[in-house]
Write a protein that binds this ligand. Structure first.
Ligand SMILES: CC(=O)N[C@H]1[C@@H](OP(=O)(O)OP(=O)(O)OC[C@H]2O[C@@H](n3ccc(=O)[nH]c3=O)[C@H](O)[C@@H]2O)O[C@H](CO)[C@@H](O)[C@@H]1O
Ligand SMILES: C=C(OP(=O)(O)O)C(=O)O
Length: 431
């Protein structure tokens, strides 16, 4: 178990560089098994989800090597072994092995995924997609058994009942080698889906329309990688550092950003009165003052990302007036609220609506990062607070924020991660 200790109150300055997108990478790694050749990715973030996915690959005899930010995967001798449990439970995106194994072998046995505890996360739309392609799907003791018909998967028209990143990606992975044409309607439009399709198309797939809500896929027989795929920057990590820079910065440059991917977030920061200088692929955040309170409603891309509602919350606490946050995607995504209250913030939740008020000062406290973005929120709050903040369950943060201590120290923060065998008892004390 690990905990993070932050001595708050230090102004941050300098620059920080954003890594490759977690939510692209965690789809690209399972997608790599569809290839008939070795594949190489660069700009791969050094996060726990990547290491867990590499372990899952290893169980199928797929060797992978991660050096610097380059990840090489050789799926040419893959064994289609069942993945009922183990590391599958350690992250959400392990469910992409359902679509990828089904697409490659016509069969997949994959345990139900883990991932962040952010409220109910059903996978009915993934199953509906697999079934539309001709597969039979059963749930046996918490593992999904998915099987294509004897003559293989066939293209189909699939209208997703709600906009789902995971279901859109899983259907793409299953359909990319199916016979005939698949059309996904009401598809998600996230940049990470475009990144995945770019990787697959460069290997010979025929996926058209990604980035719109209608995706058309013509199945192909072979997929061969001829070049390294560079992963897009992580827009959520970028948003986290931008919010942090506004909250505790004395002038911070955030590098490696695709600005268009952050339109809704940047518009909200501007509405709050944060002054930023936009460059081609970086943003300079000026010290923020006289912030205005705002209302936030999350929605699928290009709307305000659910993954950024918690990281922007500490910044909102600096503004005057009453703020409102409604997460329409995960209404129960409120793990940060009781922890911020421990730190002196004034927040309430009524009918899944978070209401918050200006806080003159936050105070260091012992808090728990019960999911990744709650952890990002508490990290920013800890940097703003007076005194020492100790964040437990830091593993959740390390799932998706690479080299976070190094990056924060580079900006001047006083922060450390401590491996602590006594942490378990500290959590019990907290409860
Ligand atoms: C690895 C990854 O990329 N994770 C992201 C992905 O998660 P994930 O892909 O799991 O999220 P989805 O886009 O699928 O979920 C969107 C909404 O649809 C619902 N739903 C989804 C599928 C389904 O079969 N049935 C159903 O009801 C979910 O409960 C949720 O309310 O998108 C989320 C929403 O932007 C982000 O918070 C996560 O960071
Ligand atoms: C919810 C998230 O991740 P996951 O879907 O991997 O649990 C997230 O990145 O905020």
């Amino acid at each position: 178990m690990k905990k993070m200790r932050i001595m708050g109150g230090k102004p941050l300055s300098g620059e920080v560089t954003i890594g490759g997108a977690k939510n692209s990478t965690v789809a690209l790694i399972p997608a790599s098994i569809l290839a008939d050749t070795p594949v190489t990715f660069d700009c791969v973030p050094d996060i726990k989800d990547v290491h867990n996915l590499m372990s899952i690959l290893e169980t199928m005899r797929v060797p992978s090597e991660f050096k610097g930010d380059v990840l090489k995967i050789d799926p040419t001798n893959i064994l289609p072994l069942p993945l009922p449990n183990g590391r599958i439970k350690s992250l959400r995106a392990s469910y992409y092995f359902m679509g990828a194994l089904l697409g490659k072998f016509g069969e997949a046995i994959v345990g139900l995924p883990g991932g962040d505890d952010i409220g109910p996360r059903p996978i009915d739309q993934h199953i509906k997609g697999f079934e539309a392609l001709g597969a039979t799907v059963t749930n046996e003791h918490g593992a999904m058994y998915i099987k294509a018909p004897a003559d293989g998967l066939h293209g189909a028209r699939i209208f997703l009942d709600m906009v789902s990143v995971g279901a859109t990606i899983n259907v793409i992975l299953a359909a990319v080698r199916a016979k005939g044409k698949t059309v996904i309607e009401n598809a998600a439009r996230e940049p990470e889906i475009i990144d995945l399709a770019t990787f697959l198309n460069n290997m010979g797939a025929k996926i058209r329309g990604v980035g719109t809500d209608i995706i058309r896929i013509e199945g192909v027989d072979r997929l061969e990688a001829h070049a390294t795929h560079t992963i897009i920057p992580d827009r959520i990590e970028a948003g986290t550092y931008l919010a942090m820079a506004a909250a505790v910065g004395q002038g911070v440059l955030v590098r490696n950003i695709i600005l268009e991917h952050l339109d809704a977030f940047l518009a909200k920061m501007e509405e709050m009165g944060v002054e930023m200088v936009y460059n081609d692929d970086s943003i300079f955040v000026k010290p923020a003052q006289n912030l205005k309170m705002v209302q936030i409603k999350t929605s699928p891309y290009p709307g305000f990302a659910t993954d950024l509602q918690q990281p922007i919350t500490p910044l909102m606490l600096k503004a005057q007036g009453e703020g409102v946050i409604v997460d329409t995607i995960y209404p129960k995504r409120v793990k940060h609220v009781p922890e911020l209250i421990r730190m002196g913030a004034d927040l309430t939740i009524e009918n899944d609506v978070i209401m918050l008020h200006h806080a003159d000062q936050l105070y260091g406290a012992e808090v728990s990062a019960d999911e990744i973005r709650a952890g990002a929120c508490l990290t920013i709050a800890g940097l703003m607070a007076k005194g020492v903040t100790t964040i437990y369950n830091v593993e959740n943060i390390l799932r998706g924020y690479e080299r976070i201590v190094e990056k924060l120290r580079g900006l001047g923060a006083d922060v450390e991660i401590i491996d602590d065998t006594t942490v378990q008892s500290s959590i019990t004390t907290l409860a």
